[in-house]
Design a protein around this ligand. Structure first.
Ligand SMILES: [Zn+2]
Length: 215
């Protein structure tokens, strides 16, 4: 398999198949199941437009009503080879992306499953800071902000799913006098979980636009 799709597309496919299995296991009516299957196929094609044998295989696989979550899990483990991993930046690139941050603690990229990351996010509990690293128009972009230790259940501004979120205050330098202004967004405290829930790149891009527009 040639790496082709992005991690968020992989997550979208997983979520669709997962929901389909829930229906297989809870609905007996054949017509209802068929309707849900047709919708799932539509969602799969929407998530990955274009003609790929890998996607056709996934569709055939997911239409089997005896499918279990364990089998789907194994299947998706192999299917991960179809995902383009997050490109590991050099230390210099990371430094440049976070120019204003002193003593930046960078995560060990090798420890991460890079095929499960649309963005890389990590917390520095000592300084109550959170760092987000992603590619926007092929440029590496770093966003730093403060995040309190406490969380609550709410909708995350990045993945748009419910989770344990905290108010992330992005720090942006504005004006000649170098004052910093902040604007808050609730986002998942656990960026690994957030990436697994991130199924639409537009949501992430919208969040980035909001954070960058801070004046
Ligand atoms: Zn999230």
């Amino acid at each position: 398999m040639k790496p082709t799709i992005q991690p968020y597309q992989y997550m979208a496919l997983r979520q669709t198949v997962d929901e389909l299995i829930n229906v297989y296991q809870s609905v007996n009516d054949r017509h209802t199941v068929q309707t849900v299957q047709a919708l799932a196929v539509e969602k799969i094609r929407e998530a990955v437009p274009g003609n790929y044998p890998e996607i056709e295989e996934l569709i055939t696989f997911s239409l089997d009503t005896r499918l279990t979550k364990a089998r789907a899990q194994r299947w998706f483990d192999d299917f991960k080879a179809f995902v383009v991993p997050f490109a590991v930046p050099s230390a210099k690139q990371v430094e440049k992306a976070f120019r204003k941050v002193k003593k930046l603690k960078v995560p060990d990229f090798e420890q991460l499953d890079l095929r499960e990351h649309t963005y890389i996010g990590w917390n520095d509990p000592g300084s109550q800071k959170k760092f987000l690293l992603l590619y926007a128009d092929e440029r590496l972009l770093g966003i730093a902000g403060s995040i309190p230790a406490g969380t609550k259940k709410n909708i995350c501004s990045i993945c748009h799913k419910e989770g344990n979120v905290a108010l992330f205050m992005a720090t942006t330098k504005t004006g000649a006098e170098g004052t910093y202004t902040k604007k808050g967004n609730y986002i998942c405290i656990d960026s690994e979980q957030c990436n697994r829930q991130l199924t639409d790149r537009k949501n992430l891009d919208h969040f980035i636009e909001q954070v960058k527009e801070v004046k």
